[in-house]
Design a protein around this ligand. Structure first.
Ligand SMILES: Cc1cc2nc3c(=O)[nH]c(=O)nc-3n(C[C@H](O)[C@H](O)[C@H](O)COP(=O)(O)OP(=O)(O)OC[C@H]3O[C@@H](n4cnc5c(N)ncnc54)[C@H](O)[C@@H]3O)c2cc1C
Length: 352
């Protein structure tokens, strides 16, 4: 029984890992990019650890520590160092409670969950991605974008950009909803179009490196959010090197600013505004900008019922499951859970 996981983000990797654990040897992961991980991107720059996408997960979420344990990297999970978020209201900082900070940062969690802090990995959020990718190296095919799917009796045929094709007895679509929805619509799944229409909000993150003495204002807590930011204003800033250990070499600081889409130069906006807010002298040692044209999904009302309805309709098709940020929660932990559930479902449905 051949199973294909489409998408090598964290959800797809978790699905493939679950299939591997269920004893499925014929699993292939097709990823359109030249690297696995999707939104999870960690870069090592001059001794700094720079996160382009997620920088951690809620400490109360068990999914990543459990996965890390299975992968033999359980000891790489690290705890948040500095806690607390301030509100910058154009002139001064005010401490705010965890619930308000979560709301302003767009984190879908209860105040108590945010107050318990975050965790990450010693080498950054790429660690579990790389560990799964290494364990499944023989199954992972990069630069293989799936352009279409079609039913062939009780099986599936997947068309790859560039002209080749694969046959499969079961598929996990671990893709953003705007792509998965389009594929589902093409095989007649009612509701596919609505999935395809889920909006993924654009955002930009800018990481800036400094020598510690360049920053005049003491950095208190893990960062700040900006009260009612204008379109070209930073929305928030994380003191990355205060939040987790190992993010900057001794005597240095790493800051990460979050912005909305802008026509201006995001790195310049972040540098100038942080200089004014944090009393920074001189230029950053370097900066690194990540553009997320389609970042976090924004669910509409009745999202969960809609997804449940689609999953019910998928039961009438040859084995096919959907997983990832577009369905059951956008956080990394929710994506791992969703990927693993999809993997289990397809393992059951393709059991001889
Ligand atoms: C800036 C930012 C910061 C975030 N911060 C946090 C955080 O701190 N904590 C947290 O828990 N969550 C955070 N999130 C959310 C979380 O990182 C994502 O929701 C999650 O990683 C998405 O995983 P996924 O596997 O569902 O999707 P993706 O990571 O989008 O993976 C989908 C994969 O499918 C591939 N693909 C697309 N089309 C095709 C195709 N046709 N054929 C084959 N492959 C294809 C893509 O290349 C990609 O690798 C953040 C997100 C963003 C954007």
């Amino acid at each position: 029984m051949r199973i294909i996981v489409v998408g090598g983000g964290v959800a797809g990797l978790a699905a493939a890992w679950e299939l591997e654990r269920a004893g499925r040897s014929e699993v292939t992961i097709l990823e359109s990019e030249r690297r696995p991980g999707g939104v999870i991107v960690t870069e090592q720059v001059d001794g700094f650890v720079v996160e382009g996408g997620p920088d951690g997960f809620l400490a109360g979420e068990p999914e990543l520590p459990a996965l890390a344990q299975e992968l033999g990297i359980g000891d790489r999970v690290i705890e948040q160092l500095e806690r607390g978020t301030s509100l910058w209201s154009g002139g001064k900082f005010q401490p705010i409670d965890a619930g308000l900070a979560a709301t302003l940062l767009g984190i879908d969690a209860k105040a108590s969950e945010v107050a318990a802090g975050f965790r990450s990995f010693a080498g950054g959020m790429c660690e579990p991605v790389l560990a799964v990718a290494q364990r499944l190296a023989g199954s992972l095919r990069l630069a293989q974008g799936v352009a279409g799917i079609a039913r062939e009796g009780k099986r599936w045929r997947l068309a790859i950009t560039g002209g080749s094709a694969h046959d499969a007895d079961g598929i996990v679509l671990a893709l953003p909803a705007y792509t998965a929805g389009r594929l589902l619509e093409s095989v007649g799944v009612r509701g596919g179009r609505e999935l395809a229409e889920i909006v993924y909000a654009p955002s930009v993150t800018v990481s800036l490196a400094y020598r510690r003495e360049q920053i005049g204002r003491p950095l208190a807590g893990a960062g700040f959010v900006v009260e009612s930011p204008s379109p070209d204003q930073i929305r928030a800033c994380t003191y990355a090197s205060h939040k987790f250990s190992g993010r900057a070499p001794d005597g240095h600081a790493l800051l990460r600013a979050y912005l909305g889409p802008t026509d201006d130069h995001p790195a310049k906006l972040a540098r100038d505004q942080l200089a004014a807010i944090l009393d920074i002298h001189g230029e950053p040692l370097w900066s690194r900008t990540f553009y997320w044209n389609r970042g976090l999904p924004r669910y509409r009302s009745h999202h969960a019922e809609r997804v449940a309805g689609i999953r019910q309709r998928l039961e009438r098709l040859p084995p096919l499951a959907i997983a990832g940020a577009g369905y059951d929660g956008a956080g990394v932990s929710a994506c791992v859970r969703s990927g693993r559930e999809a993997g289990r479902l397809i393992a059951q449905r393709t059991a001889r």
